[in-house]
Write a protein that binds this ligand. Structure first.
Ligand code: PLP
Length: 421
């Protein structure tokens, strides 16, 4: 595989941006390779600057549920550009997208558009604190909710202690109000509520964890979170930045039948453009400025071009009743191939999946981080050299899109089956 041009571009990028990238996982550090510089993408394929072609299962880290550059989306965006790129004033499109979101996720009675998932979760937590008048929050080790200060934490030495920063540059004070529990461990949540009961504003969780590799919620875990937050008067926030419109039109809350107080969206909802959304019960969202006392704003929030891409993407999803079935079946084929190799454990929810180089089932943070990342790096190279682009990290998900053809899936399965470890 030729990579000279990517290597040349990477050398230059490294002089301009830390690590040569604008988001760390893109640097391929976890797999010990030079990142590929992408020139274009269409459907299920991406093409790098050296002219290599790959079947893509990163799909921009989730937004690409329809595949890349779907004609209808591109046409709509081009048309929208003729009317100007940004006004900093309300547009009808913001309400069009909001209504579509509410139709799919009815408990998002009211919402705010922002420009990233990070902004959505950060703002949802501020709203939860403003609404409840409480400061502490609970997050789970291994769940990622963007890079705002209070969420970049690791669990303290003892479970009942406050969290410590997980990044330089985060003052201790920012992490002190964040409590860390363990995903799929009800006892860890119970203990925190028993100790901090009326100080906890909210629990934020990825209903399917997808940032420690994909880890499914144990049966009853999400219901448990629903019950315990209600009992203590805290809000339950589902961070559906990945799962929203991925598992179903109604996201994970519909998929599992559990209704949170607030929901955050990103990735698919922007159809490839920078969009985040947070929303929930009307009485909570009415705390947001200018109606209420919780301040939150954005120069480019609700950007008309981004709204257009989101609207067209959701329209295509909402008008295609078979899509979730189709992508589920394709992902199931790939899962079967993985299992046949006997090299990995597979976790999958619909078109969202991970293959873990682990001997034990992966059911939580500890079993995930004990996976063999060296083996993953070797598997990654095998896939790449054979024309398949998967996430350059054991701890990221594999995304199957509607653009993946039967032929793509067959080729992918063949390449997986040819891997001997
Ligand atoms: C990607 C992601 C975010 C952050 O979104 P950005 O747009 O990268 O800021 C937040 N939560 C989850 C679950 C995510 O997967």
């Amino acid at each position: 595989m030729k990579t000279e041009i990517s290597e040349k571009y990477f050398e230059e990028a490294k002089t301009l941006m830390p690590g040569g990238v604008n988001s760390p996982v893109r640097a391929f550090n976890a797999v010990g390779r030079t990142p590929l510089f992408i020139k274009k993408a269409k459907g299920s394929k991406i093409y790098d600057e050296d002219g290599n072609e790959f079947i893509d299962y990163v799909c921009s880290w989730g937004p690409g549920i329809l595949g890349h550059a779907r004609d209808e989306v591109i046409e709509a965006v081009k048309e929208a550009c003729n009317y100007g790129l940004s006004y900093g004033a309300p547009t009808k499109k913001e309400s069009v997208l909001a209504k579509m979101i509410r139709e799919c996720i009815p408990h998002m009675e009211m919402m705010r558009m922002v420009s990233s998932g990070t902004e959505a979760t950060m703002s949802a937590i501020r709203a939860a604190r403003g609404f409840t008048g409480r400061d502490m929050i609970i997050k789970f080790a291994g769940c990622y909710h963007g890079h705002s200060d209070g969420l970049l934490v690791k669990s303290g030495s003892g479970l009942l202690s406050n969290a410590a920063p997980d990044s330089a540059g985060v003052p201790k004070g920012y992490s002190e109000t964040t409590l860390v529990a363990f995903y799929n461990d009800e006892e860890s949540v119970k203990k925190l509520f028993e100790k901090y009961s009326d100080k906890i504003a909210c629990v934020i969780v990825e209903p399917v964890a997808a940032n420690m590799g994909v880890v499914l919620p144990k049966k009853g875990f999400l219901n448990f979170l629903r019950d315990i937050t209600k009992k203590y008067g805290a809000l339950l926030i589902f961070d559906e930045v990945i799962t929203g419109f991925r598992l179903s039109l109604g996201g994970a809350s519909q998929y599992f039948g559990v209704t949170p107080d607030m929901t955050t969206l990103g990735k698919i909802v922007g159809g490839g453009m920078p969009v985040g959304v947070y929303g929930g019960r009307k009485e909570i969202m009415e705390c947001i400025s200018p109606l209420g006392k919780v301040y939150q704003a954005g120069t480019l929030s609700g950007n008309p071009i981004a709204m257009t891409a989101g609207i067209k993407t959701l329209e295509l999803l909402m008008n295609d009743s078979g899509i979730y079935d189709r992508i589920d079946k394709k992902a199931a084929e790939i899962e079967k191939a993985f299992l046949k190799t006997r090299l990995v454990k597979v976790n999958r929810a619909g078109s969202l999946m991970s293959a873990f180089f682990s001997e034990k089932d992966v059911t939580d943070y500890n079993s995930s981080i004990n996976s063999d990342t060296k083996k993953y790096a070797d598997y990654f190279s095998h896939m790449l050299e054979n024309g398949i682009y998967v996430a350059p990290s054991q701890f990221e998900a594999m995304f199957v899109s509607d653009a993946h053809t039967d032929e793509d899936i067959k080729k992918t399965c063949d390449v997986i089956l040819s891997y001997k470890g």
